[in-house]
Design a protein around this ligand. Structure first.
Ligand code: UD1
Ligand code: CA
Length: 464
């Protein structure tokens, strides 16, 4: 007997005015459906099914085949959406099924678990998660009965009296799977919107003599959903403040919070200071006592302790302890920066490892390279890793010294402790300890400039 979750994610998002599925709209740089998936997983729900519809290919791509999905070809309402998952639910009718909306990102594992507890202990066939809102407009209202609830009424179908009800449905429900499968086929579209409402399950369940009740969430925020851009911005602001609050409690320092956006899965160590304009995305880990910012984008990247990132963009990379990077540096995917490395302004690194205490101070591009420890790369160096068709690797041994404006034409290996002369274009391997010079010799033309100047002044004088 396993529990299921069905996440409704087929909606078109007409009110959101977007071309992508509404559930992929982001709160703190994280699609709303990711928040909901994380909550289901954290609550330990065994089988997670996603109902897709509008923009199904985009949603499939985002989910990356990690979840079972069902297609809702026509969007005929939330009840119709759950019907699409019925065959999957019937496989295991003895457990409970959690239904959630993919556009309500704040539903959390505590609420899901506490609602299940209430659902089980009260012997309910359906338990709706609700909250009391000062401004209930747009939400389904909860009509209470003596020992439970008697209906959920949508805004568009509600009487003036019902519209005054402040308790609203989050559209997150625990159902007994069997009861859900029994009533789903009985839902009709007799309402203001001509849709198959999942909310009608409550009345149908009561008609069968089963219990329907509500679980009032401790934190009313969990019911909040985003149907339009204004609501999405409001969710972003609430979440932004909450996430920053959590990091403050963990000993992270913020001097001010302007332009700081931290995704929900990011972790930051104690004593780290986050300066304005920092965006931390995805699964990013930042260690202790770092200074991050101003103006960084750090995505799916692990950062050690004592690291300084100033005006850095880093994607799918690793930066180890005490590295000092920036300003104006980009670390593209697959970059691994070892301890104590110094990277200065206008440097781009891609798919490369940089060894301990190496310095790459300015205006340099390192791609598809293995750079050893204690290497010094001067200004303006370029690893020429691409011949227009294929990519090649550059290897630089420990303690090597790459002179300013060296081009390293890959595949090429610079041996340990070797030097390259400034301005060289190195096209063959350099043995350890050697100096490679691959440039034209300096030719001195004695007094060239003096003579040229004299010729010009003479010409001028003669013309007077
Ligand atoms: C719904 C509830 C309302 C509740 C509110 C909470 C119904 C009828 N109404 O209203 O009681 O207070 O959520 O946020 O259930 N979807 C599909 N297929 C469809 C229609 C919708 O998958 O055919 C999905 C949407 O993508 C969305 C979710 O179901 O994720 C909710 O649909 P939406 O149209 O946003 O319903 P609300 O009007 O917000
Ligand atoms: Ca909604």
């Amino acid at each position: 007997m396993a529990d299921n979750a069905v996440i409704l994610a087929a909606g078109y998002g007409k009110r959101m005015k977007t071309d992508i599925p509404k559930v992929l709209c982001e709160v703190l740089e994280t699609p709303m459906i990711r928040w909901v998936l994380n909550a289901c997983e954290a609550a330990g729900v065994e089988n997670i099914y996603v109902v897709k519809g509008y923009g199904a290919e985009m949603l499939d791509e985002y989910l990356g085949g990690k979840y079972e999905t069902v297609m809702q070809k026509e969007r005929l309402g939330t009840g119709h959406a759950v019907m699409q998952a019925m065959e999957l639910l019937k496989k295991d009718p003895d457990g409970n099924t959690l239904v959630l909306c993919g556009d309500a990102p704040f539903m959390d594992k505590e609420t899901i678990s506490a609602a299940l507890e209430a659902h089980r202990s009260q012997g309910n066939a359906v338990t709706v998660v609700t909250a009391e809102l000062d401004e209930p407009f747009g939400y389904g209202r909860i009509v209470r009965s003596e020992n439970g609830i008697s209906a959920i009424v949508e805004e568009k179908d509600a009487t003036a009296e019902q519209k005054k009800i402040k308790e609203v449905s989050s559209s997150c429900y625990w159902f007994s799977t069997k009861a859900l499968c029994d009533v789903l086929p009985e839902i009709t579209a007799n309402n203001a919107q001509g849709e198959y409402y999942l909310t009608d399950c409550v009345e149908l369940i009561l008609k069968k003599g089963l219990r329907a009740s509500a679980y009032i969430a401790d934190d009313p925020k969990v019911v909040m959903g985003a149907n339009d851009r204004r609501a999405l911005l409001e969710l972003n602001e609430i979440a932004r403040r909450d996430v920053i609050g959590k990091h403050l409690d963990n000993g992270v320092e913020f001097v001010c919070t302007d332009g700081i956006i931290i995704s929900p899965e990011v972790s930051i160590g104690q004593g780290t200071k986050i300066l304005p304009g920092v965006i931390l995305r995805g699964k990013t880990f930042i260690g202790s006592n770092c200074v991050i910012g101003p103006n960084c984008i750090i995505e799916d990247t692990a950062v050690g302790n004592g690291v300084v990132l100033n005006n850095v963009q880093a994607y799918q990379s690793v930066v180890l302890d005490n590295a000092k990077i920036g300003p104006f540096v980009q670390l593209r995917p697959g970059t691994h920066i070892d301890e104590g490395v110094k990277i200065g302004d206008f440097v781009e690194i891609k798919n490369s490892t940089i060894g301990k205490k190496t310095a790459i101070s300015h205006l340099t591009y390192v791609g598809d390279s293995e750079v050893g420890e204690n290497v010094n790369m001067g200004g303006g160096c370029v690893t020429c890793n691409y011949d227009g068709e294929r990519k090649f690797k550059t290897v630089i041994g420990n303690n090597a010294f790459i002179g300013c404006n060296t081009n390293l034409v890959a595949p090429v290996t610079i041996g340990e402790g070797a030097y390259t002369a400034a301005g060289s274009t190195i096209t063959s391997d350099v043995p350890s300890g050697a100096l490679a010079i691959e440039r034209g010799r300096t030719t001195i033309k004695q007094d060239y400039a003096v003579k040229k100047l004299k010729a010009r002044t003479d010409k001028f004088k003669n013309s007077q």
